[in-house]
Design a binder for this molecule. Structure first.
Ligand code: AMP
Length: 282
């Protein structure tokens, strides 16, 4: 099976990136946890528009999972991932083993305020410290010109932007649009956990966001619009975690349908699977 160069250590990664740079090329890093799908591959294509070299990291970060979450069962499909990356023309995969990322005496953690407060942090209080710590390390390790993150994890994208601004990290952060299935479900590595019956209902989250967005665009009161979205979730037998409207730049809760730029963000459970999604209100 055709493969792309694989870097397993920071020094191998840096050697490759400095060689690209020495040749006058720009480099984009695409951080992922693997189990790659078309959403990830779209990030690679997006990355290519900015820089002639694209390196994708694949690392299932233990620090962003709580003990009761799915770290050990998270899908790991490295061989297939490498073949997919080859097919979209990525230049290399950075696949550090856990002890390359976190030495035995590792003892630092990055806490971000601002957009990290609320939403995902309410049910996953450990989450953004884990994400910020690993993303900071990945950005320092790769020293790329750009890094691409998907709007699928909208709060995460804003948290990473906040961190890069606050800590003067010299990599420019780019946000790429959400890739969806035909029916609207946002692609996610966790969708493989859905049974066939749950998969049909899973589109309820996107439909809920759309229903609320339409009413907001029609200038209906915000609470009314969100109540309709929550009802759509109920109709799909999805268990609401949150469905909110927020300022798209700060994630502060919006107070009226007139706020722009406005983003709707939702999280809901289907059995044991928790899905998140979001939508810009035009
Ligand atoms: P993950 O492997 O889930 O940590 O995701 C790695 C990157 O891919 C993150 O920046 C995600 O936001 C992005 N991503 C995941 N799913 C999608 C999608 N459906 N559309 C766009 N980006 C995505």
């Amino acid at each position: 099976m055709a493969k792309i160069p694989q870097f397993k250590t920071v020094s191998q990664l840096r050697k490759a990136v400095s060689a690209y740079r020495a040749a006058g090329e720009k480099v984009t890093l695409v951080p992922t946890m693997g189990a790659l799908h078309d959403g990830h591959l779209a990030l690679v294509k997006y990355a290519r528009k900015k820089a002639s070299r694209v390196v994708v990291s694949i690392f299932v970060n233990p620090k962003q999972f709580a003990p009761h979450e799915d770290f050990s069962s998270y899908p790991r499909t490295l061989e297939a991932d490498l073949a997919k990356l080859h097919s979209v023309g990525a230049d290399g995969a950075y696949t550090p083993p856990p002890d390359e990322m976190y030495g035995v005496d590792f003892s630092s953690e990055i806490h971000i305020g601002g957009p990290a407060i609320g939403l995902e942090s309410i049910t996953r209080p450990h989450f953004f410290a884990g994400v910020a710590t690993v993303v900071c390390k990945l950005l320092n390790q790769a020293q790329a010109d750009y890094a691409v993150f998907g709007e699928k994890d909208y709060q995460q994208l804003l948290v990473v932007r906040q961190m890069v601004r606050d800590l003067d990290i010299p990599t420019q952060i780019l946000g790429a649009p959400i890739v969806r299935e035909k029916d609207g479900l946002a692609l996610s590595s966790r969708n493989v956990y859905l049974s066939a019956e749950e998969r049909k209902r899973a589109v309820g989250l996107y439909k809920a966001l759309q229903a609320s967005a339409e009413l907001i665009v029609a200038a209906k009161p915000l609470e009314e619009a969100l109540a309709v979205g929550r009802r759509v979730l109920e109709l799909h037998d999805m268990q609401l975690d949150y469905l909110v409207a927020a300022d798209a730049n700060t994630l502060k809760t919006a107070v009226s349908s007139a706020v722009r730029p406005l983003r709707l963000l939702g999280a809901a459970k289907l059995g044991r699977v928790r899905l998140i999604d979001n939508l810009a209100v035009k």
